[in-house]
Design a protein around this ligand. Structure first.
Ligand code: HGY
Ligand code: MN
Ligand code: MN
Ligand code: MN
Length: 412
């Protein structure tokens, strides 16, 4: 395995990853650290302790984003940022997000150990609620920071139990006093597992991420009529679940029309009243589409709502569809991408350029700060799954590239 001139401590990085994975550990080897829950709080506090041990200055902003700062020789220079997220899917993997945060921590530890003073300050970031699983808006913390969502809009988002983001932030003590607004930063680098099969299939250790694909997210509520399962004949049923099934078929057909680049998913669904002998009168569910080109996402956004409404109406139901947000395809900054590519080459890692199929905080940060991402492979390209797994040397390779890219940028 290349990367002989390692300046990071691979074993220490792996130990940090395994230590963080204990928080919210699930029986099948994954993690459940839903945003703003006690598990997320425990992960945040563990990170904060590690940062304090390094003498980093910690600050938390109004949406709970955490920034740990290492001073540079020239405090007037804007900081170089690096980081990712510690929140997870309900049955997520140990490395999604955590790798980027803990590799950043390892960069800080190594800079201290090697007594390297950088010109510019460096800040490690843990973004709040990247996953969007609990409150329905992904990239929420970086979205508020970058002005996509207002703080008040974010605070008002509710989970399935009716708890708001504001209440959850306060309950874990992470509503900080710093404004959640874009401050001047020199660059942002995010290390993340690819969450897809390409790097593993091509035996590449590093993905040089040049951008991320476009997305559109909806909330759907199908309303029919609750009625008795035993007495309601087919002719008078207004079965919201049957209508939802037709719409879900349409989501799949809309995706497949775009071939292997198409993505269409219904991941969340609630049936009301969810009783065995009641024809359901209401179904709430999520719909999201993605594609490498914004044109295709725009085309879908132009046709899907009408087609879905017709499918619901054909089953005697209404379908209020709310578009939550659209994320255009986001190219990353060429000079930062070049630093990632050069670092991988210098370290002797096999790399390739790649577009991210997943959304990342880097997508919103890139609207204000020159940004690049580094990918490492994951087994079978599996993620958002408890069996997500990577090798220690893969984590180390990504961390080493992060170290070199951040150092080069901070000293340019
Ligand atoms: O949904 C996403 O793409 C991200 O992994 N949360
Ligand atoms: Mn992630
Ligand atoms: Mn994820
Ligand atoms: Mn991400």
């Amino acid at each position: 395995m290349a990367g002989t001139n390692q300046r990071i401590d691979a074993g220490r990085l792996w130990n940090s990853l395994m230590s963080m994975a204990e928080i919210g550990a699930t029986p099948k080897g994954g993690v459940r650290r839903l945003t703003l829950t006690p598990e997320d709080q425990a992960g945040r506090e563990r990170l904060a302790g590690w940062c304090r041990d390094l003498g980093l200055t910690l600050r938390v902003d109004a949406i709970g984003n955490m920034f740990a700062r290492r001073e540079g020789r020239d405090p007037s220079r804007p900081p170089v940022l690096m980081g990712s997220h510690l929140d997870s899917q309900p049955s997520g993997g140990k490395f999604d997000g955590a790798l980027g945060v803990l590799a950043g921590l390892e960069v800080m530890r190594s800079l201290n150990e090697l007594n390297i003073a950088t010109e510019a300050p460096i800040e490690l970031v843990n973004w709040t609620d990247e996953e969007g699983s609990r409150f329905g808006h992904s990239l929420m913390g970086s979205g508020v920071w970058s002005g996509v969502f207002t703080p008040d809009k974010a605070y008002a988002l509710r989970d399935v139990d009716g708890i708001t983001v504001g209440e959850a932030l306060d309950s874990i003590g992470f509503r900080g006093e710093h404004p959640a607004t874009p401050f001047e930063a020199d660059a942002y680098f995010e290390l993340h597992i690819e969450q897809g099969p390409i790097l593993e299939r091509e035996a590449r250790q590093i993905g040089v991420v040049t951008g991320a694909q476009a997305q559109v997210w909806y909330d759907a509520v199908i309303t029919g009529q609750d009625s008795h399962a035993g007495t309601t004949p087919p002719s008078t049923r207004r079965d919201a679940l049957l209508a939802a099934a037709r719409v879900i078929e349409l989501v799949d057909a809309t995706m497949r029309k775009r071939g292997e680049d198409g993505r269409g998913t219904v991941g969340f669904l609630q049936v009301h009243p969810n009783s065995r002998n009641v024809v359901p009168g209401e179904v709430r569910f999520s719909v999201e589409f993605r594609h490498p080109t914004v044109e295709q996402v725009e085309a879908i956004a132009g046709s899907f709502p009408g087609e879905a409404g017709k499918a619901a109406a054909a089953n005697g139901c209404q379908l209020p569809l709310t578009e939550l947000y659209r994320i255009p395809a986001q190219p990353f900054d060429a000079s930062c991408v070049a630093l990632v590519r050069a670092a991988a080459a210098r370290l002797g890692y096999a790399s390739r350029d790649i577009i991210s199929g997943a959304g990342h905080d880097a997508v919103y940060v890139a609207r204000h700060v020159p940004t690049a991402m580094i990918f490492t492979p994951c087994k079978d390209g599996l993620s958002h799954n408890e069996e997500e797994s990577i090798l220690p040397e893969e984590a180390a390779a990504g961390c080493q590239v992060l170290f070199e890219a951040v150092l080069a940028r901070a000293n340019r």
